[in-house]
Design a protein around this ligand. Structure first.
Ligand SMILES: CC(C)(COP(=O)(O)OP(=O)(O)OC[C@H]1O[C@@H](n2cnc3c(N)ncnc32)[C@H](O)[C@@H]1OP(=O)(O)O)[C@@H](O)C(=O)NCCC(=O)NCCS
Length: 161
């Protein structure tokens, strides 16, 4: 089973917006108090046999690449890993010194996944989701495993080592 990764294009826009709404309740994603229209960001689509099975969106600022969203539509097949491998190449091509992302305290699966791929927990922004909710009221109060969503967990992988 071969997973191919390609950059998002203009004609993917409706599909990208749909995936964001299905998975994040909106095309708006808030990290560190900044609101992103994630469907307007650069992105990567993972495909198996021509069928889209994953989406990653990102933003590059000040020589840092931030993963804004990542979704594997078929889990446990290497889609997430392939997306991370490709975004790392993009970060290096753009001379970024780190890749980072925000996830929430309830997202144990993502925290596990990223740590297995060399990311470390860089910071815990306690109660940051209270501020995010002002920008994105759709954010639920209870998340995965019935855990209250409170904190932003900042994870990073240093590319300079
Ligand atoms: C987090 C997430 C992106 C991971 O994606 P994924 O495609 O399931 O990840 P992978 O398949 O690459 O890896 C998951 C496990 O499957 C295993 N796996 C990968 N390919 C495999 C294969 N062909 N056969 C069997 N197992 C496989 C991997 O070994 C991995 O286990 P490990 O982490 O212990 O090494 C996905 O769970 C997801 O979309 N979560 C919801 C959204 C989210 O939380 N996003 C992250 C916050 S932005």
């Amino acid at each position: 089973m071969t997973i191919t990764i390609r950059p998002t294009q203009e004609e993917d826009c409706d599909w990208v917006t749909g995936i964001l709404i299905d998975n994040w309740a909106s095309n708006i994603v808030v990290t560190r108090g900044i609101s992103y229209e994630a469907d307007r960001l650069p992105g990567l689509i993972a495909e198996i046999g021509g069928k889209p099975v994953g989406l990653l969106t990102y933003s590059i600022k000040k020589s840092e690449l931030e993963i804004i969203t990542m979704n594997a539509l078929e889990k446990g097949k290497g889609v997430g890993t392939a997306l991370i491998d490709e975004v790392e190449k993009i970060a290096k091509r753009n001379e970024c010194h780190r890749i980072w992302l925000i996830t929430t305290n309830d997202n144990i699966d993502a925290i596990r996944f990223y740590q297995r791929r060399g990311f470390e927990i860089a910071k815990v922004h306690r109660y940051a989701i209270e501020e995010s909710r002002k920008l994105k009221p759709q954010l639920p109060s209870v998340g995965k495993y019935g855990i209250p969503i409170r904190d932003e967990i900042e994870m990073e992988r240093n590319l300079e080592e």
